[in-house]
Design a protein around this ligand. Sequence first.
Ligand SMILES: [Zn+2]
Length: 356
Amino acid sequence: MKAADGQVKPEVYNTFTKSPCASMCMGTEFWRNKYAGLAAQAFNALGVDGIYMDQACSSLACFDPSHGHAIGGGTYWMGGFKTLASEIRQRCVPRGGPALAGEGCGENWLPYLDLMLSLQVSHERYAGPDGWETIPFFHAVYHGYGVFYGNYSSLTMPPYDELWPDKFAPQEPLKLLDRKFSRQFYLEQARAFVWGQQPTIANFRPSHLKDRAEELAYALRLARIHARARQYLLHGELLQPPTVDVPMAELEMSRLSIYAGQQGGLKEFRKTFSPVLAAAWRAPGGAVAVAVASISDQPLAPSLRLDTGAYRLPERGRIYRIDEGVRKQVGDWRGKIAMLKPDLAPLDACLFELQP
Ligand SMILES: [Zn+2]
């Protein structure tokens, strides 16, 4: 990919070797063939199930006249990506083709990618207190058309690559974070759950099942409920959220370098959050449910106000609670507004299904 001055603009990701990389032009057959060849090799010979396509969902302007595409802007980048995705799937046909995952969310890539990386659920961990607040905007529009995945939600310091210089090696690889940061982990897990993303944790080690049993139990509980509620949390449409009335809480947050070069180390800050997260969903058949997750270690009794009229529900019905074990009736509603006042146990999570 050439800039307007005709030069390649190097990108340096390895902070130790400083070796430069370069973005490749999607408008060239040469690069698409190379990429599809590598992907087919990984799929057909190594047996991988999916390909993570770094920089997919980024579109660049290339000014190289010898590539045969329009100079600068144009449709060639997306056209090239479409051809690349189809080329990969054709070369991998024997087993149905790999799942293709992108590095972000982008409208233009929705037809070609199976998975879209949505790391913003862990925004504070990589960006610190920068004034931005993550909202599920892309999910609100496109949840039914893509699968969102990814989370930096971790209980440890970032991993270290043994090929990096010894002098940067941590004394204790993947050292456990102080438990005062566990509620940040809960917040990241809860966001992914109520916003209908695939359950993900980073840097998992089997020892965490013992050393961080409560945190892992939470992640697993959310994953089990997600598995029981895929008509909402995987295939559903995100509706306007309920109003949640509950006292705010202050959380200890950590900001960490994701690549474990570790220059900089861990930075701490505090942030105020609602300890109860909630989102409303409509399943393809029309049923509506509210996903709720508490990140508090105390029992809570929030009030949730649902605009059942806006959800196209009739004026009366029954409310069921679904958790990892059971589905049971907990109340009913009449009129155009449903009020829920659940008694949430510490670190509780569930769906409230509104049955006309
Ligand atoms: Zn080009």
